[in-house]
Ligand binder design. Structure first.
Ligand SMILES: [Zn+2]
Length: 136
């Protein structure tokens, strides 16, 4: 028995295309997005995307340092610069990533001093950005 051509998905996507779609949706967003929000955004633009696909794709992008998980928000942001400290505005959701290697080293030393084998560190500050502060 042979399969007809119409049995195949109309839009055949490879992992690189899928990665590019997810990355573009994060880059276009001013705030971090959850896997479900990414799936909804892509589905709304005709790409038939599930949250499971989004999680799988995000894991790939994180391993390539293109995306970072924002632990405080359980969401994701496109980010290819070094980010030792993430500042999250609770009013507008704006993210600001900062390189602060000294602080990161101090935390690593602290963990070592307490015989704690640290896998990773997520330094996230929650507050108000300059723009939201000036609107008060
Ligand atoms: Zn703000």
């Amino acid at each position: 028995m042979t399969m007809s051509v119409s049995a195949y998905p109309r839009e055949k996507r490879n992992p690189a295309d899928i990665d590019a779609l997810v990355l573009a949706s994060l880059q276009a967003s001013a705030t971090a997005l959850s896997a479900y929000q990414i799936a909804d955004l892509l589905s709304a633009s005709g790409h038939k995307f599930t949250a499971t696909q989004a999680y799988r794709t995000l894991a790939r992008l994180i391993s390539r340092d293109k995306v970072r998980r924002v632990e405080t928000l359980s969401a994701y942001a496109a980010m290819d610069e070094v980010c030792d400290v993430m500042m999250i505005c609770k009013s507008c959701g704006a993210l600001q990533s900062m390189a602060e290697p000294t602080l990161k080293r101090q935390i690593e030393n602290f963990a070592n001093a307490h015989h704690f084998a640290m896998d990773r560190v997520a330094l996230e500050l929650v507050g108000n950005c300059l723009q939201c502060r000036s609107e008060d």
